[in-house]
Design a protein around this ligand. Structure first.
Ligand code: AHG
Ligand code: MN
Ligand code: MN
Length: 355
């Protein structure tokens, strides 16, 4: 007998049935994202062939060069969602400001945050990249979305997920009822359920970090790394090191095999003790997913999901993976990195501006 085949659409619909008041709007929103993912996958998988490959002339708000596929992916997600009347606003890593819904279209009760292409420096060398998305409910009272709708703690997310464009294309999402993974069948063009109810396995296998930055790391982070390597501590088995440099891909591997991804803050510039990852476009979504899978995400001080964002492009130190590993990072930081904590906390606790 054939096993049951579940498309992503059916899965989202079935999950929604658990909410008696669901209107189906949310189901359609996730399905639109799946469709955007298919279009982006089509381009990323032929990047070497298409003219589209290469570097665009513009830089984004972080001063990084944007790859053409970054812009393409950004545009696809925007266009797929600007007119559906399901969103009140959007925000993207590639836009300095909140993205309003054009006045000619109506608005809805959700807000979408996304990193259209994560790990984009890997495109030209044929290494997996991804898309990250997060959905909040609108909390402002006017008809159009405001920054207030976007600057919400991750704990309030109604859904989050990612798409990884790798040896196959996979979409992984959660609406707060576990984490579910779907693989794109290119023959039929559908995402089919392949990884139901993902739990991060233990014992973990991998640690993933840019160890080339070690020179700048704090003592606590170095101690943590040595502990993962089995050098310091109770003599557990050393974890293997794997680092792709696309957080989505690194996260995906560790979600399925067990492990920890970290991009810590450091004191290279004491004015900027907060690391590289973006709280709203990268960290919140993956933190939501990892907790749903039984893991934990911390900035080294406490749960990422409890951080009250103060600005759209806020950065956050990030430790993401099996709970026992991430808690161990917190312990080392607490023991050794008071100077860093004192530099970082005022940034973490800054109040919202210009909303
Ligand atoms: P993006 O391509 O969206 O700018 O994100 C890149 C991020 C993340 O995906 C990755 O884990 C990290 O940058 C890699 O940074 P390093 O090159 O500093 O290791
Ligand atoms: Mn990114
Ligand atoms: Mn990006």
């Amino acid at each position: 007998m054939q096993p049951k085949i579940t498309t992503i659409e059916r899965h989202i619909l079935e999950q929604q049935k658990r909410y008696p008041n669901a209107t189906g709007e949310f189901t359609s929103l996730l399905y639109d994202l799946a469709l955007a993912a298919k279009l982006i996958a089509r381009e990323t998988t032929r990047a070497g062939l298409a003219e589209i490959i290469g570097t665009a002339d513009t830089a984004n708000v972080y001063g990084e060069q944007q790859q053409k596929l970054d812009l393409f992916a950004d545009e696809i997600i925007y266009k797929m969602n600007d007119h559906t009347e399901r969103l009140c606003a959007m925000a993207s890593e590639e836009h300095d400001e909140l993205i309003p819904i054009p006045p000619r279209f109506g608005t809805g009760k959700y807000v979408l945050l996304y990193d259209p292409l994560d790990g984009s420096s890997n495109i030209d060398v044929n290494v997996s990249v991804g898309t990250i998305f997060a959905i909040h409910r609108k909390i402002s009272t006017g008809p159009r979305g405001t920054l207030d709708d976007v600057l919400q703690p991750g704990r309030r997310l109604v859904a989050a997920g990612y798409i990884v464009y790798g040896s196959s294309t996979m979409m992984v999402y959660s609406t707060g009822q576990g984490v579910h993974g779907f693989t794109l069948d290119p023959g039929v063009g559908e995402f089919l359920l392949s990884h139901d109810d993902i739990r991060i396995p233990s014992p973990p296998k991998y640690y993933s970090t840019n160890q080339g930055n070690e020179k700048y790391w704090t003592h606590g982070v170095r101690r943590f790394t040595r502990w993962l390597q089995g050098i310091d501590g109770e003599g557990h088995r050393p974890l293997s090191h794997r680092y792709i440099g696309s957080m989505v891909s690194d996260f995906h591997r560790n979600l399925l095999r067990g492990g920890v991804f970290y991009y810590p803050g450091d004191m290279q510039d004491p004015e900027k003790p907060y690391g590289k990852m973006r709280l709203l476009f990268e960290a919140q979504a993956l933190a939501f997913l990892v907790e749903q899978a039984g893991g934990y995400a911390s900035d080294g001080v406490g749960p990422v999901l409890d951080i009250e964002p103060h600005t759209l492009h806020q950065r956050v130190p990030l430790f993401l993976g099996n709970r026992e590993l991430v808690e161990q990072a917190e312990t080392f930081i607490r023991q050794h990195d008071q100077e860093w904590i004192d530099a970082y906390l005022p940034y973490r606790n800054r109040q919202k501006t210009a909303v």
